[in-house]
Design a protein around this ligand. Sequence first.
Ligand code: 4AD
Length: 436
Amino acid sequence: MSIPRITIAQAQHHVGELVSIPGWLYNLRKSGKIAFPILRDGSGLMQCVAVKAQLPEALFEDIKGLTQESSIIVTGRIRAEERAQGGFEMDVEQLEIVQRVPETEPYPITPKDHGIEFLMDHRHLWLRSRRQTAIAKIRHEVIKGIRDFFDGNGFTLVDTPIFTPAACEGTSTLFEVDYFEDEKVYLTQSGQLYNEANAMALGKVYCFGPTFRAEKSKTRRHLTEFWMVEPEMAYADLEDVKKLAEGLICFVVDRVLNNRNAELKVLERDISKLESIKAPFNRMTYDDSVKILQERGSEIQWGGDFGNADETLLTQDMDKPVLVDRFPASFKAFYFQPAPEREDVVLGVDVIAPEGYGEIIGGGQRIHDLELLKKRLHDHQLPEEAFNWYLDLRRYGSVPHGGFGMGVERFTAWMCGTEHIRETIAYPRMLYRTRP
Ligand code: 4AD
């Protein structure tokens, strides 16, 4: 009978059984008579126990000579062990070395402290560390939670293009690409404009994909390539957009708390901070937030956009996100619907996360009137021809509508409690980093 192959996460169902686990050597402790290879396989860590007296001599010597990250398949019996990490150990009976990392060229990432640049240069290997695999799993949970939320609430996923002919979020942050025959296209900054068309076809839609911003920002919240989910709803106003944003955040936070407890522990995340994320969130206008910021010593003036420091200052006494709405039209994109009571502010909303994680959602209600939209395009010096198809949405059955964008990396950083969002994507692209 062949020996079943399992993962470390499945070990709990195989106590007392002889099984094989394929993986890599994470660490090794040894003495003359006993060795403890710690195996990792992506699903967890397993301490294995190799006793000299119970193994052929050559095998025991091979185990003792194992090097970090050598690929191995360990066969043995699973035993419940309260003191072990994960609660189980394996008593080794056989061990196959698939590839032994030679001493002459050892695995470059050791338990000692490495600088961030070194780790980023070795990102393809760094991903194997416990902390990085925990972050990857939480990111996965966030993405799955987002999809389940929208799929369960009547939204249809419609993918939007990555090559686009025009700007959505301002011309200063566009990456230009040479297309064929002298044509220029740009990497998408947002699927929103297409989403608006899709919402007129399907009612409630979302797109979810990579997004590009040629921003020369070197902050811990900016990537040049990030993933954004963008819902859009027909027959919706700013209030509907705010409720949707709140619902999404609560749903995904709950998912992470319920399904990724072990990973949050690895990251030493203060879970109580996430447990207090419950609706209703705080709500305030841009006007009020500027007053609060000024009282707290910020130099912001009415008409200025929040800096990172302002966002942190604004939420310093809050244990859940705040929804800030009605921003000055002057620094918002061309498509925002003006507030009915005042021309100089628009029906945009930003959601700012607590604990200094900053803006995680931006969105609002869109202009649905043809003439007003044309005027805004001109005010923003955008070529009307490029947006003619977009103007069609205001010619044929135009309705109030709105939506938002949420950045996966910023959300994941908040869940994980990581300082910088660069660790929340496998291969971050930033101002000074495009490798590996
Ligand atoms: O506020 P933004 O620019 O909104 C839009 O692009 C809208 N068109 C979305 C919409 O209404 N459909 O970006 C939305 C979110 C931000 O709140 C942030 O979470 C994330 O996208 N984001 C970034 N994440 C990482 N790096 C960057 N450079 C980011 N820029 C925006």
